[in-house]
Design a protein around this ligand. Structure first.
Ligand SMILES: [Zn+2]
Length: 201
């Protein structure tokens, strides 16, 4: 089952598009050597996320050396954050996930990480995490990774399944935070409760 975005979530994401918080990815080029995507395992959306990263990298031409090395978990980047409600208390899930991402950089000799949050995510819904909260957690995950390694570059993306189409957007932390402050009332009106829990991711 694929979780649909509800009207409130759609309005929220459109408002973020209008405010240029979510930007088209064109021009935001990743390292041609490859990238480590950190994203949800959602089988209905993963292929689109993976293909889009390949497409971005294709601006550098085709290279047999290029490597896209994804590390998935239900919920994706939010799982990098120990306090994320999707992580069970007392477990080392977040640290283990961070370790694995940094290990992937070493093993594959790739220093670019793409955190790809997605909406609507079944794991986020299951844990009562709104779309905006999942974005905030993604940025917290970025900071935690950057604290542990000086040499990595971490770019954040938001995948959206609109129902009749799928899109991946680039999202900058500073712009997101400014928008949150300026649009607090709009946010409160639009963000609402997360969509209903689905039986599957
Ligand atoms: Zn998901």
């Amino acid at each position: 089952m694929q979780l649909p975005l509800n009207d409130a979530d759609k309005a929220l994401i459109r408002a973020m598009r209008d405010a240029h918080v979510l930007e088209d990815v064109d021009g935001h080029r990743l390292d041609p050597a490859g990238v480590i995507p950190v994203t949800c395992a959602d089988g209905h959306r993963f292929r689109d996320i993976f293909d889009h990263i390949e497409q971005i990298l294709s601006v550098h031409g085709n290279s047999a050396e290029r490597c896209v090395h994804p590390l998935t978990r239900h919920g994706g980047p939010m799982r990098l954050v120990p306090k994320c409600p999707a992580n069970k208390p007392g477990r080392s899930t977040a640290i283990d996930y961070q370790d694995e991402v940094l290990e992937a950089c070493e093993i594959k000799n790739i220093n670019t990480i793409a955190l790809v949050n997605h909406a609507l995510c079944g794991k986020a819904c299951q844990c009562g995490i709104s779309v905006v909260r999942s974005m905030t957690l993604m940025f917290e995950g970025k900071q935690l990774l950057k604290k542990r390694s000086q040499k990595i570059t971490v770019a954040c993306f938001q995948h959206v399944d609109w129902g009749d189409s799928k899109r991946t957007y680039f999202i900058r932390r500073e712009r997101f935070l400014r928008w949150q402050v300026a649009g607090a009332q709009v946010l409160e009106r639009l963000s609402g409760p997360p969509s209903q829990i689905a039986a599957t991711l």
